[in-house]
Write a protein of this length. Structure first.
Length: 168
């Protein structure tokens, strides 16, 4: 059965077809590998400088044209009692390169009471142009430097970062 032009109303996908030649533009978008990192180690800070949250994962892309789809669920976000102007900021990095902020005012409160909000997350499509090992991680800070904020709660909350290499 030769097909000169495919029209949606004239092709039966249950039929068997033999194709010759090459197809271009159909190679991208496939998931080549998936890597996941987790942590349930509680991390706290009252610094207005960013510090690691212990949530990290490594991936080595197979081609420079690959993209890395990053999904983050940072769990157990809270603030301790005591400060009235309190918030938690989170950011995503590839090695030391800033990619995006994903929680500029988590656990924000104008009261002195403790507060837990649960989960903040992000999805980010990165184009690293590399075949070297890459480390993706999150960092946090208390921007006012006046309160104690934290992630992974009391150690019972697990945060997850998932990296998917997508063929370019």
């Amino acid at each position: 059965m030769a097909i000169d032009k495919i029209q949606s109303e004239s092709i039966n996908l249950a039929d068997t077809f033999a194709f010759t030649g090459t197809v271009s533009g159909a190679g991208g978008g496939k998931v080549l590998q998936v890597v996941m990192g987790t942590t349930s180690t509680e991390t706290r800070s009252s610094s207005n400088s960013f510090s690691d949250t212990n949530l990290t994962a490594n991936i080595t892309p197979s081609a420079t044209s690959s993209k890395i789809l990053v999904t983050v669920f940072q769990n157990g976000i809270d603030k301790s009692a005591g400060s009235t102007d309190n918030k938690l900021e989170l950011k995503l990095l590839r090695d030391s390169t800033f990619l995006t902020s994903f929680s500029n005012h988590a656990a924000y409160s104008t009261t002195t009471e403790s507060m837990a909000i649960g989960t903040c997350g992000t999805t980010y499509l990165d184009s690293p142009s590399s075949t070297s090992q890459l480390t993706y991680k999150t960092q946090m800070k208390s921007p006012e430097g006046t309160s104690n904020v934290g992630v992974q709660g009391t150690g019972s909350e697990t945060s997850v970062i998932t990296l998917m290499e997508i063929a370019g």
